[in-house]
Write a protein that binds this ligand. Structure first.
Ligand SMILES: O=C(O)CCC(=O)C(=O)O
Ligand SMILES: [Fe+2]
Length: 364
């Protein structure tokens, strides 16, 4: 019997600092990692005022004049940071109805001649002009620094839940400098009569962990369970939604599962939905196939008890089994944003789009 799920569990981060209740947290975490791949985290160690400020900024970012958005179009950026207009991506053959900005933690470009091309993926983000949105960049940096710290702490807890040494996953981080993490601010407009209700189609995330802030009260996020059913993950104020990326699934030999998810657009006549996902990266030059973690056989049995996943409507990021993580990330970006790739990575562009530029990117 598969240990199927019908809701996304809520874990209380305040248990972690309570010696008596910490074991409860660890066992709930073990269940969520192995059987669900998604969880809500309440009482996260991120300042409430920064979260509220980000929620306040989200609509204002999209209300900027079109020329201010175009000025920081992603096409300017070899790092794939910046603004992407509505309807520019497709997932599973259908247009995603969302508009977004890709931002990141601070980073100076490190690529030098002779380095692999994927090293160019990391570098400075593009930000709107300060006078148009005063304080936004600083607030976002402060927010991202806190989520980044949480993401590392969480990886330690995850190792504990899988009965690995606390620092067992540190070997996947950059050793000689910072790891750059990506974040987006996303707007899902309400469905109109002409478009589908696909905010974003079914997909897996890459990387290690995603920390998602649902920045408006709209439902719409759904998570696919083992039987292939779509389970709602509506916003719960004061929480993050945390989910496992394909790199972490690969590293843990499938114990921690990456779960397919999607977003349905708000219904016609509604206000837009906003969200702010943070994607935790790993070292660019790491090839996961070169590492084998030793798991306790009792823990590996829990994976067998989970059973096989049913029909999963998602296929991306299978390359983590063979290629360096940075190249997997770059391929993902090239597929989703071919116009950016055509300008900055012409060889890879030709490899993935031999017929030339499609009207939209095809994420997965
Ligand atoms: O907007 C959301 O709630 C989820 C977005 C998402 O899954 C993604 O961008 O990877
Ligand atoms: Fe996602």
């Amino acid at each position: 019997m598969a240990a199927n799920f019908s809701s996304v569990p809520v874990l209380d981060y305040s248990l972690v600092s309570d010696p008596e209740r910490r074991p409860d947290f660890i066992s709930q975490l073990r269940h969520a990692l192995i059987n669900v791949g998604f969880l809500y985290l309440s009482h996260p160690p991120v300042a409430r005022e920064d979260i509220d400020a980000i929620i306040g900024y989200a609509p204002r970012l999209f209300d900027l004049p079109q020329e201010a958005k175009d000025k920081i179009n992603m096409r300017n950026s070899e790092h794939f940071f910046g603004y992407t207009r509505l309807g520019a991506e497709i997932t599973k053959g259908q247009t995603d109805q969302r508009e977004q900005y890709d931002f990141a933690t601070p980073y100076e470009k490190r690529w030098k001649p002779g380095d692999p091309e994927y090293i160019r993926l990391w570098g400075p983000a593009q930000w709107p002009d300060e006078e148009l949105l005063p304080g936004f960049k600083d607030t976002m940096h402060r927010y991202l620094a806190q989520v980044e710290k949480l993401s590392y702490e969480f990886i330690g807890l995850l190792a504990e839940a899988l009965e690995l040494p606390q620092d067992a996953l540190k070997q996947f981080y950059e050793k000689d400098g910072p790891t750059q993490h990506r974040a987006k601010v996303v707007k899902y407009p309400p469905q109109d009569n002409l478009s589908s209700n696909q905010g974003v189609g079914p997909h897996f995330d890459g990387g290690f962990l995603t920390f998602l802030l649902q920045a408006s009260p709209h439902p719409g996020l759904q998570v696919q369970n083992l039987a292939g059913e779509w389970i709602d993950a509506p916003p719960i104020p004061g929480t993050f939604v945390v989910n496992i990326g394909k790199a972490l699934e690969t590293v843990t030999q499938g114990l921690a599962c990456a779960t397919s998810h999607r977003v349905l657009s708000p219904p016609p006549g509604s206000t837009p939905r906003y969200s702010v996902p943070f994607f935790q990266n790993i070292a660019q030059r790491v090839s996961i196939k070169d590492f084998t973690l030793q798991f306790n056989p009792e823990i590996l049995k829990l994976k067998e008890q989970r059973g096989a996943t049913g029909s999963v409507e998602s296929v991306n990021y299978t390359e983590y089994n063979q290629l360096p993580s940075g190249l997997v990330g770059l391929i993902g970006r090239v597929k989703s944003h071919p116009d950016v790739a055509e300008r900055h990575y012409p060889d890879l562009f030709k490899q993935f789009f031999p017929q030339g530029l499609p009207a939209q990117g095809s994420a997965y």
